[in-house]
Design a protein around this ligand. Structure first.
Ligand code: FES
Length: 109
């Protein structure tokens, strides 16, 4: 079993659990678009970004395996900036994806 903290709440999950699914066990809602339970995961939308406080880096929670001792934040200003930057990049390459991201972000707030 793996012990980690998400938004200052401790939990224990089986090995192989993603940070996204660990957060869901705590009732923490993280927006997703390209992740679908039961399908092969190719993280691309970056709506599910979370921050690993030990490294200070942002990661897509749907593709981030929970690790022992991890301390994750899901609702930080830097995260929102990361998601918004990603969304802005999509506006140029794929306006449809950017629009979908905006709808998801606003619905999840
Ligand atoms: S839901 Fe798209 S990268 Fe995680």
């Amino acid at each position: 079993m793996i012990n980690l903290k998400i938004n200052n709440r401790s939990l224990e999950v089986p090995s192989g659990t993603s940070v996204l699914n660990a957060a869901r066990q705590l009732g923490i809602e993280i927006p997703t678009m390209c992740y679908h339970e039961g399908f092969t995961n190719h993280p691309s939308c970056m709506l599910c970004l979370v921050k690993d406080t030990k490294s200070g880096k942002l990661h897509p929670s749907c593709a981030l395996p929970a690790k022992d001792g991890m301390v994750i934040i899901t609702d930080d200003d830097g995260l929102l900036a990361g998601v918004m930057t990603d969304r802005d990049l999509y506006k140029h390459s794929s306006p449809t994806v950017a629009t979908s991201q905006e709808k998801i972000l606003h619905r999840k707030k």
